[in-house]
Design a protein around this ligand. Sequence first.
Ligand code: PLP
Length: 224
Amino acid sequence: MDLITEIAANRAAILARIADAARAAKRAPADVALVAVSKLQPDERVEAMLATGQRLYGENRVQEAQARWTERRARFSDLKLRLIGPLQSNKAEDAVALFDAIDSLDRAKLAKALADAVQKLGRCPELLVQVNTGEEPQKAGVAPAEADGFIKAVRKEYGLPVAGLMCIPPVDEEPAMHFALLAKIAARNGLPTLSMGMSEDFETAIRFGATQVRVGSALFGNRA
Ligand SMILES: *Cc1c(COP(=O)(O)O)cnc(C)c1O
């Protein structure tokens, strides 16, 4: 099988599973977007994915994303890029310049840096607040108990719109309770967008209301 055929088959299979999971949850398949996580993937796999028509991609590092996507943006005017990894405040301006969405807003210092960058560049990416649902010390995200206050501060103090929430459950736990918690926090804050679910658990995430699933290895193959 050549690479485009292989990648197209992977994508078709994932889209079919997304549609099945959505219907099983009495939701419309079109209400769940597939974010193709291209971090650390070889260029030829990304080119093959572009050839299938996939236009929504997730990257977790600003520099890697700049190198990969700056030139491709000119070739694909309908490309959408989401930053799904942690963002340092000193990279906020680069991130605002490149990405259509930043899914990892999780602290006041970063909100301030983003607000300044938005002001300066005159463009505002969609913003999601990352919640550390498992309260893991090594993981980014606001603690669940602080989420409501942080969302309010981002809106009121920094004047930034919040579109939704993102989480990455602990690897060794049943993800369902984490997805349910994220959905609950989103609902009480009036947030429509839920980025949750990866290769291993995106169907569960859809059951709990995911509007975007972030799938890497199941689409592209294992990362280097
Ligand atoms: C790498 C990554 C993914 C994709 O993981 P897979 O298990 O390869 O699907 C999703 N979300 C985030 C935040 C990631 O860093």
